[in-house]
Every structure is written in structure tokens, then in C-alpha cells.
Write a protein that binds this ligand. Sequence first.
Ligand SMILES: *Cc1c(COP(=O)(O)O)cnc(C)c1O
Length: 397
Amino acid sequence: MIATEIQENAARYLMNTYARLPLTLERGQGCLVYDAEGREYLDCVAGIAVNILGHAHPDIVEAITRQARQLIHTSNLFFTEPQTQLAERLVTHSFADKVFFCNSGAEANEAAIKLARRYAQKAFGPERHEILTMLNSFHGRTLASLTATGQPALQEGFGPLVPGFRYVPFNNLEALEANLSPQTAAIMLEPIQAEGGVVVPNGDYLKNLRKLCTDRQILLIFDEIQTGMGRTGTLFAYEQFGIQPDIMTLAKGLGGGVPIGACLATGTVATAFEPGTHASTFGGNPLACAAALKVLDLLLDGGKLEQGRLAGEYLGKGLATLSKQLSCIRESRGMGLLQGLELTIDGKPLVMECLERRVIINCTIGRVLRFVPPFIISNTQIDRLLNVLSDVLSKRQ
Ligand SMILES: *Cc1c(COP(=O)(O)O)cnc(C)c1O
């Protein structure tokens, strides 16, 4: 079927939830993707921070293929080795003691919200149920994760939302303290606001937040769905701030492209879940877990975490240089391979202009160009991105 026909059929048969780019992709290899006509594109969005080891990584393909031949799905009525192994690996390399597996980021956050409520209510009583989240945050599209998402525009028309949420501005400890009450069970946030425009926490904000949570026996939930799995240069972003959350959610990069989510917690908090309190039919299935195990192997033993960290430094420097040269860039910011350029102009048309030059980038909140390429992106490929950016942005001076 030709690309235009696919796009016409999409309009005919799919619910109209996405404003897609006019591009039909057929295959990918490393940091490159190809359309039906064989045109090649440099992929700096990578499935929205999902394909952290690029497309069609041979070791991941092999791990998926081998597991598919052996056992794809069993449900959680039974034990399977990949699920237990993956949990062990995540626990060994994080603050957490226990893991619950699901299939997406929103689901991981649902698990975190349920766990936090149940823990707080068991420990302190039923009035302790409120969760504070940040304005301009993004936690997903299911009803509770959408409620947690501090963006009224995304919530419009879906009310009534889930009760018991309250929003405060990011990077503002005073505002947060002013909104605490005996009802506060947890504070939930992204260590770096990704969809909200790559907003990095300043100074000791997260450290002070951790201290406040500890002092008041409030749970700290980190949504590391986008920042986790090496995206910022360490396996998890919290490592870079010298603190640990009580609960952390993962998805996106975890399966290297295969859908999987996880909610991790300390042993004490995790006791709030008992048999029958939470579940997922597909969660932790052997296929997704085999893929995630291979991703962790490649990151930790295969040097890919370090490769991503170095690529992040190179990209960060290049974007900082661009930002000094071009007045339509207000600021370059980010950590590792989660980088953003805040513009003084509308960013959306620039995504299309980059696409015409065969480079795929993304724009959040209308004026922040976001770059989340695979960790295996080469300096030559980063240069190609920087050249195209320089080209399209120079025209807007
Ligand atoms: C993408 C994302 C989510 C939602 O994940 P889905 O898999 O789309 O449900 C939640 N939180 C953050 C920080 C994300 O980047």
C-alpha cells in the first residue's frame, strides 16, 4: 500500500487522537528510520524517548525472538524466570526493594498512586489520601494519571477527575509547603519535567523536597518514565541529585521499544500491596521482560549507558553553542540525552522544516524543541542534527 493510501485509511479508521507528521515509516536501523520510498531520516525522537538503543538492535531482536519461540505470555497466575530476573536486576541497581510490572507509563503511575494511597491510609488513617503534583507535569492519559498531570488543557472535557489531587509550581518549595496538610500522602513529580518543556530542577530543590518528605512522613514518588534507564547519563536521574525517592515509575526506554512499565518501591512501602490489591494480565510477561533484561545488559555491561552519557555531553555542548549564536533561542537546557531548546518563536513549524531535511525532532509546549535520540547516536549524526537546526533557525533570525 502506498503512503498516501495508508494515511487516508488512518483518517478513515482510527480515532482522531493524534496530530501526526505526514510520514509513514517502514523500518529502522540504529538511529535511522526509513519511509516506504526508502528515504532515510535521522531519528532524534526515537519513539518518544523509547528506542534508547536505536532501532533493530541485533541483541534485542535476538532476545525477543528467542523468548517468543519459548513462551510469550502466561499471566501472573504462574512464575516465570525473565520477570523475576528483571525485578532482581532493577532492585540491585536502584534504591528499591520491590517491583510491580505493567505495560505502559500511565499504568506504572496508576500503580504508584494506588500504592501510595494504600500505604498512607494503612499507616496514618483514611484522611491521609491527598497527592501533590506539579503544574506543567505529565504523568499519562488514564484517568488518575491524567488527574496527576498538572495541565488543565489536557483534562478538559474529562471531568469529574479523580478527587484528592492538588497542584503546585515546580521548583518552588515554599508553594509546596504552603499546600501541605495532614491529608498529604505523597508528592509526585518528574525529576526533570520532560513534556513540560525539559525543565531542570534548580539548586537543592529536590534535596530539600526529600528532606521535607522525610520529616513529615510523606512519600516521594519520582516519575522516571522519561528520565530513567540512562536518559540523563546515570541509570536513574535521582542518582544525580544525591537523594532517593520512596516510589519510582519506569516505562519508555525500559523495554527498548517493547511495551513494559514498572513501579518500584522500598520494602516498607511495598508491603501495602497484598495479593488481590493490584494486578495486570500482561504485566511482566516473559517477552517484554526478556527485552528489558537485554536492555539492562547492554546499558550496564555493554557500555551503552556510558556511550549515552558521552553523546549527551556532546549534544549538550553543541546546543549550548547554537544558543549563543542564534537570537531566536532563549535557552538550551537538559541533562544527558534529554535536551531542549527554548525558542522565542513558535517551534511547531520547525519540526516540519527539519523533517524536510530528513531529521526527526519534536516540539513540546509550543516553543521548546526536544531531543531524545538513542544512546548510540554518533558525533557525526549529532553534527548532522546541529547543522540542520542551525540551517532552519538561522532563517528565523
Ligand atoms: C510518556 C510519559 C508518561 C506516560 O507514559 P505512557 O506509556 O504514554 O502511558 C508518564 N510520565 C512521563 C514522565 C512520561 O514521559
